[in-house]
Each structure stands twice: as structure tokens, then as C-alpha cells.
Design a binder for this molecule. Structure first.
Ligand SMILES: Cc1cc2nc3c(=O)[nH]c(=O)nc-3n(C[C@H](O)[C@H](O)[C@H](O)COP(=O)(O)OP(=O)(O)OC[C@H]3O[C@@H](n4cnc5c(N)ncnc54)[C@H](O)[C@@H]3O)c2cc1C
Length: 379
């Protein structure tokens, strides 16, 4: 389907596609097998300005919106969702700064992120606060000259590798979600250390780590927005970034469909190509149709956001929900169509299937997306 991208969007798509094929694909299997952080690949993406895509022009970026962000994420995910996760986590951490940062904060943090000099991470989740983010325990208590952080975050993408951390912590512990704030913490700040590195099912070319804060002092100017705005900042951030998870799911599914189609055309059983069996044809037809429906929803939502819509939380949740459920189904069917070969690491479809699963879980599980959608419907 033609999404009538502008000339610039088409250029971004073609460039990302080329980088994914030439730079990411040759390293994909090794990054997955050895669970390596793709630092060199991120530097290569920076060299061709792809890390600038989602950063506003005044902060040194290309000033792209959700559509451009989704285009890059889809194209990277079509080859390696682990690399795409590393890329997207950078954008997830930058989004609160873009939305709520002061001019000084934008200059300080966004320029280096755009140039690929610094990577970023967003830290909300804790051991006892996943879906229920209001239960976080990490505190950032205000003192005369700043904030003192104490607590532990877990499952943080780019943890340990990033230089800049957007941390959601309690500045007023008694006020619950109204007492949450967003605080910037730089790597190397005394009292800020990294704990357990997770071993994962998929997106293994991304780092997922625990963060620990023990009397970690940051200056007052590291507060993002106003004190007590942390929960709102988190919701507004996810509203903007969830279509990106949808785009990731679309890319993963497209990568799996490409592989399985090429294989099916060549695979002969019972003296015929397996594509001559109606059972296989109908599976391929359903996969392609579901994939296009998801893509249409993702880009319609991205366009709605870029056009300046005020309220898009429901559509954002819908695109993440629909695309990720689609990706899980399409990648599972891709393995099925390839039979035993699909199950083996000689082909990348088993990786696409493993990678697809995370899109149903992070940035709010799909149960939580359904909750967001239902609340919008019945409010
Ligand atoms: C690889 C990876 C990377 C991640 N990266 C980041 C990151 O960069 N930054 C960050 O802050 N977090 C990150 N996360 C955390 C992620 O967002 C959480 O794992 C997710 O929100 C779910 O929380 P949980 O794992 O604690 O599951 P839980 O909240 O414990 O959920 C367990 C199950 O209960 C269901 N459930 C919970 N509440 C409800 C409800 N009200 N109704 C119906 N069902 C419900 C859930 O859908 C799920 O099926 C990452 C996670 C992973 C796995």
C-alpha cells in the first residue's frame, strides 16, 4: 500500500533500509547470539544523521515527527528488532526532554543525542512497579542544592551503555502518582551504579539492566518540567512513543513475511512448490492482510500526532496493541510455513518470532493498552 510519504520521508526510509541491509544485516546473527550492544552500528546510524530524525531542529535535529520515527523504527526492525530497540530507547528517553525540557536542558541533552555522542535511557520500571507504575519506590528528595536519589530501577533498555538517564522518582513519597517527578541523571554521578544485566528471549542486541541509586545527588536544574509532573510526563511520553512500538512490530512481521515467502517459493514437497497448496496460500494472504492493516493504523496514528491532534492516547494504544498482536501471529505463522527449517537458527524467522514477543509487553503490556482504550471509550 502506498502511504504517500513526502520526499524527505521517502529519503529517510530508503536510507534506513540501505543501512539496515548493509550495516545491520551482516552483524545480526552475531549480535543476537552473543547478546552484544550495537554501539558501532549506532555510530554508523549517527554518521548518516539517522539519530537526528526525532530531535527538533532548534536542538540540532532534523525536526521529524512520529511518522519519521516510525519509518526508521520499522525499517530497522525489518532486519533486527534488537538494534531498533536500542534506537527507540534513545528516542523514548529524549521524548520527555523534547516535551517538557527547558531551553537549557534541550541544548544540554538533545544535541549530543542527535549527534550520537551520547546515548539515553528512560527509567520507570521497578521490581514491584511494572504495569502499576504508581507503586514506584525510588525517591528523589529535595535538599538545599538539589535532589538525592535512592532506589533501584529494573529492565532498563540501554542501561549501563547510555550516558543520559531520564528517571521517574518520588519527590513527594506521600502523594503517590502526584508526587512523582522526572529527573535527569548523568552516568558517572557518584552513587549511581548498574546492577544485573538481563539475559533475554529476544531483542538480544539491546541491553537491559538494573540501575541503582544510593544517595545519588543531582543539581536542581536536573528536574524536568515541574515537581510532581512525573506521572503526566510518563503518560504523555508513552502516548507519543507507542506508535513506534507498533512500527517495530510491523517491521518485525514484514521481515518474517519476506523471509518465509522467499523460502516458500523455493520449497518443494509432494513434487510441487509449497506455495501451490491452498493451505499455505491462505496463511500468506492472511499474514499480508493483517500486516498491512497494522501498518495503516500505525501510520494513521503517527500522522494524527504530527498534524497536531490534542488527544491521541487511545489511537496510540490501539496501534501498539493491534500491531504487536499481529506481529506475534505473523511471525509464528512464518515459522510454521518454513516447518523445521523455520525452527532452526540457519534462518532468521525464529529470531523474528522471539523478537516479536517484547512488543506485546513493553511500554505497557497489551492488557494495559486494552485498559487505556476501554477507559477512553467509557469515560
Ligand atoms: C526487554 C525489556 C525492556 C524494557 N525496557 C524498559 C525501559 O527502558 N524502561 C522502563 O522503565 N521499563 C522497561 N521495561 C519494563 C516494561 O515496561 C514492563 O516489563 C512492563 O510494563 C510490564 O511490567 P511487569 O514486567 O512488571 O509485569 P506486571 O505488571 O507484573 O504484569 C504481569 C501480568 O499481569 C498483567 N496485568 C497487570 N496489571 C493488569 C491489569 N490491571 N489488568 C489486566 N492485566 C494486568 C500484565 O499485562 C501481565 O500480563 C522493559 C521490559 C522488558 C522485558
Amino acid at each position: 500500500m502506498d502511504y504517500f510519504f513526502t520526499e524527505e520521508q521517502t529519503m529517510i526510509r530508503d536510507l534506513t533500509r540501505q543501512m539496515a541491509q548493509e550495516v545491520v544485516k551482516p552483524q545480526r546473527a552475531r549480535l543476537d547470539e552473543e547478546s552484544l550492544f550495537p554501539r558501532e552500528i549506532m555510530q554508523e546510524l549517527a554518521k548518516v544523521d539517522l539519530l537526528k530524525v526525532f530531535i527538533p531542529e532548534e536542538a540540532g535535529g532534523l525536526g521529524g515527527g512520529s511518522t519519521e520515527m516510525c519509518i526508521v523504527t520499522e525499517e530497522l526492525s525489518r532486519v533486527c528488532a534488537g538494534v531498533a530497540t536500542t534506537y527507540s530507547a534513545n528516542a523514548l528517553a529524549a521524548m520527555p526532554i523534547i516535551l517538557f525540557g527547558s531551553e537549557e536542558q534541550k541544548k544540554k541533552y538533545l544535541g549530543p543525542i542527535a549527534r550520537g555522542e551520547k546515548f539515553a535511557a528512560f527509567a520507570l520500571t521497578e521490581a514491584d512497579a511494572g504495569s502499576d507504575a504508581s507503586r514506584i519506590k525510588t525517591t528523589a528528595i529535595e535538599t538545599d542544592d538539589g535532589y538525592v536519589l535512592n532506589g533501584t530501577k529494573q529492565f532498563i533498555t540501554n542501561g549501563g551503555e547510555a550516558d543520559i538517564y531520564t528517571v521517574i522518582a518520588l519527590t513527594d513519597p506521600k502523594r503517590g502518582p502526584r508526587g512523582m517527578s522526572a529527573i535527569m541523571v548523568d552516568k558517572g554521578t557518584p552513587g549511581f551504579t548498574f546492577g544485573k544485566e538481563e539475559r533475554k528471549l529476544g531483542i538480544r542486541a539491546s541491553k537491559t539492566t538494573e540501575l541503582s541509586f544510593a544517595d545519588c545527588k543531582v543539581p536542581k536544574e536536573n528536574l524536568l518540567g515541574k515537581r510532581g509532573m512525573g506521572f503526566i510526563i510518563t503518560i504523555k511520553t508513552f502516548d507519543k512513543t507507542r506508535p513506534g512500538v507498533g512500527a517495530q512490530a510491523v517491521g518485525i512481521a514484514q521481515g518474517a513475511l519476506d523471509e518465509t515467502l522467499a523460502y516458500a517459493k523455493k520449497r518443494v514437497q509432494f513434487g510441487k512448490s509449497i506455495t501451490s497448496f491452498q493451505g499455505i496460500q491462505f496463511m500468506l494472504a492472511d499474514m499480508a492482510t493483517q500486516l498491512e492493516a497494522a501498518r495503516a493504523l500505525v501510520y494513521a496514528t503517527a500522522r494524527m500526532i504530527d498534524a497536531g491532534a490534542k488527544d491521541f492516547g487511545m489511537e496510540s494504544a490501539m496501534s501498539k496493541l493491534f500491531a504487536s498482536d499481529m506481529a506475534m501471529k505473523v511471525t509464528t505463522d512464518a515459522v510454521q510455513i518454513m516447518g523445521g527449517y523455520g525452527y532452526m537458527k540457519d534462518y532468521p524467522v525464529e529470531k523474528f518470532m522471539r523478537d516479536a514477543k517484547i512488543t506485546q509487553i513493553y511500554e505497557g503490556t497489551n492488557q494495559i493498552q486494552r485498559q487505556v482504550i476501554a477507559h477512553s471509550l467509557i469515560k
